[in-house]
Design a binder for this molecule. Structure first.
Ligand code: SF4
Ligand code: SF4
Length: 445
């Protein structure tokens, strides 16, 4: 699709939503972060009216601007709207409109390019510091001539789309593949920076580049036999299912595939999974939850409950946001939520805190050093029961909080992959040690 066609289709979708919105304010009332965003007492109808102004003109009242920039993508607003509008999408368009109004096109393009370049560097370095060539090839990060796994007629049942950032904690993505192997699902892995969803360009205000990146990736993803793409990353899922695919459809393109979050995919195959959960995992587990994608918390709960020996403990903590990363605009709120959850987990005497998404595991895992329970990804528990194991090297390295020790431990892989040691060290400090919203007890050692 040409850049112009994408822009026209996106504008048409936005116009439809502007026309459908009655400004009832129900979405604002349902939003869980209005207090944390400092707009809790505002008039819902006035705030929404202001958001529509921002979408149309690039600016609006302060409360509307604050709400739009603070959105953590919980999706409660989507459930609250009775008029078929997606307020989460409208707020992302409001952010796009504000960025567009503030910056000239070259500046927006530059920001998008720089953000992408840094993400590419972080993902490339951190994945290579943990994995050899065979594992990288398995994750689609090295050229491979092998057919889809397991080998069948060359066309995979599904495409497994990793997105980019899970490659920083690659044991999670490898466990996804191990589990699909055990379920006898054939798949082709795609992802990493060469299969960009375009979200960074959109955040930078470069909608055309975002559409171009996503369009290329959509063409690549449209390869599965079943027309199903199983996606790991919740940001990619929202970007494709709420922004890109509906816009491409609006431009007259046929829907190329359905996208399913990995947890819901595994939940669908739970009857086939159950007999494979052979080993007891005697553990009191609490689940770190985010509700941004419908059905994922419920699927993760069902999967955990199917593991023999697991006792699931509900800590009754607030459940908000798409994943931990998306709370970055409200850092104090995020720190408070994370601390309260760790305290509640300690007080409840659980022995395992299980994350679902990769950014949750990245941000929480090093706290294992200071609290009386382990912090693992849910798939590690499932894998344990199935007799599958992938080492969480990221947690092991991050817990040291020591860039020199990390560089020494990964020296062989840094040399093997020809990484520049100075650049790798910078990534370790910036992308691993400093990726710690709630400081560790006593700070870094
Ligand atoms: S987006 Fe929906 S819920 Fe929000 S104000 Fe408009 S009509 Fe009401
Ligand atoms: S997506 Fe969530 S945080 Fe964002 S506006 Fe809707 S309810 Fe509020």
């Amino acid at each position: 699709m040409s850049e112009t066609a994408f822009g026209v289709a996106l504008a048409a979708r936005v116009d439809d939503m502007l026309a459908a919105c009655t400004k009832c304010g129900a979405c604002f009332t349902a939003c869980p972060i209005t207090d944390a965003a400092g707009v809790g007492g505002a008039d819902p109808q006035a705030v929404v009216t202001g958001v529509l102004d921002i979408v149309r003109f690039g600016d609006g009242p302060e409360a509307s601007r604050k709400w739009a920039t603070s959105c953590i993508m919980s999706g409660e607003c989507i459930k609250a709207c009775d008029y078929g509008v997606n307020p989460r999408f409208l707020l992302s368009i409001a952010r796009l409109a504000m960025t567009t109004a503030k910056n000239e096109p070259p500046a927006r393009r530059r920001t998008g390019v720089e953000t992408f370049r840094r993400m590419n560097q972080d993902v490339t370095v951190l994945s290579r510091m943990q994995l050899g060539d065979a594992a990288l090839e398995r994750l689609g990060q090295r050229p491979s001539n092998k057919p889809a796994q397991p080998e069948r007629d060359g066309v995979p049942d599904v495409v497994f789309y990793t997105g980019c950032n899970v490659l920083k904690t690659p044991h999670i993505a490898l466990l996804c593949l191990d589990i699909m192997d055990a379920l006898d699902v054939s798949y082709q892995v795609m992802g990493g920076p060469s299969h960009c969803c375009g979200v960074m360009q959109l955040r930078a205000g470069d909608a055309e580049a975002s559409g171009r990146f996503a369009g290329n990736t959509i063409d690549k993803l449209a390869q599965s036999k079943s027309g199903e793409v199983v996606s790991w990353c919740p940001s990619c899922f929202v970007q494709f299912t709420e922004v890109m695919l509906p816009t491409f459809a609006r431009a007259g393109h046929e829907k190329p595939f359905d996208m399913t979050p990995f947890m819901r995919f595994v939940r669908r195959h739970l009857d086939r999974l159950r007999p494979l959960l052979r080993h007891r995992v005697d553990s009191r587990v609490t689940l770190h939850k985010h509700p941004g994608i419908a059905g994922v918390v419920e699927a993760a709960t069902d999967i955990l409950c199917a593991v023999p020996g697991v006792e699931l403990v509900d800590l009754h903590q607030p459940v908000v946001g798409l994943q931990s990363f998306n709370l970055q605009m409200l850092p104090a709120y995020k720190r408070e939520l994370q601390l309260k959850e760790l305290e509640a987990a300690r007080d409840a005497g659980i022995d395992t805190l299980a994350t679902v998404y990769h950014s949750d595991q990245r941000e929480l895992c090093a706290h294992e050093r200071d609290w009386p329970f382990r912090i693992v990804n849910i798939l590690e528990i499932v894998g344990e029961s199935m007799g599958l194991r992938q080492e969480d090297h990221y947690k092991h390295l991050k817990i040291t909080q020591d860039a020199d020790a990390i560089m020494a431990e990964c020296g062989d892989l840094i040399a093997q992959h020809g990484l520049d040691p100075d650049m790798a060290r910078n990534v370790v400090i910036r992308g691993m040690i400093a990726d710690q919203p709630l400081p560790l007890v006593g700070g870094a050692r």
